[in-house]
Design a protein around this ligand. Sequence first.
Ligand code: URP
Ligand code: ZN
Ligand code: ZN
Ligand code: ZN
Length: 490
Amino acid sequence: EVYDLLVVNGVVVTDTETGEFDIAVKHEKIAKVVPRGGLSGVSVKRTIDAQGGYVMPGGIDSHVHLNEPFIMAGGRCADDYEPGTRSAIAGGTTTIISFAPQSKTEPSLLAALAETHALARSNCYSDYSFHALCTNAGPVAISEFPSLRAAGISSLKFFMAFEDLQLHDDEILDVLLQARRNQMTILVHAENGQVISWMTKQLEKEHLFDPKYHVNSHPPMAELEATSRAIALSTFIDVPILIVHVSQPAVAAYIHEAQLKGLPIYAETCPQYLFLTREDLDKPGFEGAKCVCSPPPRSTADHEGIWRGIENGTFTIFSSDHCPFIFEDIEGGKKSSISPEYPNGRFQYVPNGVPGVETRLSLALSADRLQLQKFVEVTATNAAKLYGLYPRKGALIPGESDADITIWYPELDSFKLKNDMLHHNVDYTPYEGQTLNQWPRYTVLRGQIVWDRDNGGVLGVKGYGQFLERGISSLAGPLRPEKDWNPRDF
Ligand code: URP
Ligand code: ZN
Ligand code: ZN
Ligand code: ZN
């Protein structure tokens, strides 16, 4: 028997196990995982010596915005599928889940899905799937859930904020009920849109326009209120939800309470809530716009609470929310809000979002805060479970898992992150100058070395990345799945 690839001399870390194991790969799959030395003498085409470094399942970034064609969050998405997925593999991420965005004027989610497929097809370096992104929950969209499932799409995001995008509570109930009946996982952007609009008016009345006032316009209460409402509505329908991009410990604590009651409420946090603060928006001139995202970065004290939430299991996943805008782009980038009248821009028109698909894993690992198995769980395994990809993805199970592997060398000297090290199409990183001591040495996607840090960098080719049809979540679902929701019960 001839294997395609061996990974030897590493410390294999999965969500459940750490040990000195060697890995054999054949036909794009994990073929064997055996105690160190157990593969000596086998025939193989290529061997990677991990030199004592960590060998982990490839990262899964299940919250990435790429090539969203209509004006999104007030701007023009800088990364299409080619640079976005190239950036992913260079940072150790082998699977991304991006969005198939429906515009308010498009009744059909399937039409949005077809358009997104056309943008991604033959352009991806990483494997990929899409969440449906529902901004128009009319009868057409609601009728399409079974077809989405048949097309391998088992998750959907909606917004409770942004006038042009958000759903109202009755529409949310329609979505949640259909999600329950079709076993879809629902992602919720939980901020109260009316509170944000009202606060924006209050600030503008006082002539407060600078980027830093974006933070004031998204008060903590707006996130907590929407989170509690999302949990109330989903509990009423008895359907699981994931609260995306949670920024504050108070929200994490509220979610944790729901989890302790046994409710299927999941949560996501992101690097911007561990490594950026509101002070990063308070820089001279327009510089602060680089860190404008929603919810906004909070305080250093809040970071501690978010780390604890990851450690204690409140957070199911740690994703990037990569949402790329070119800083210098005056048409659709961050600077599109600048005019002669507003030389420092006008915060309400600064596109919301920060890039981060490539830096997510290195930032978190360099922080040296999480147990390694917890790191794997929140950066890969849980995303696979939540979104119906497990154990094909997020694991290293012989005969089951794709050979997606991220290999870290232990002995890296610390260095300062610079945007020109990165492979996205954005002219800045909000983490410029951050001290790191970890960067993936190799990224392996279905048995192919697609990133070799010290020998050629990106070795993958665009188009190697495959669309992943997804099934249902393997995390806990409705409390009473056997019973259909019925209005007579209330
Ligand atoms: O500011 C953010 N998060 N932009 C991306 C869009 C979203 O809400 O996820
Ligand atoms: Zn409204
Ligand atoms: Zn969002
Ligand atoms: Zn997002």
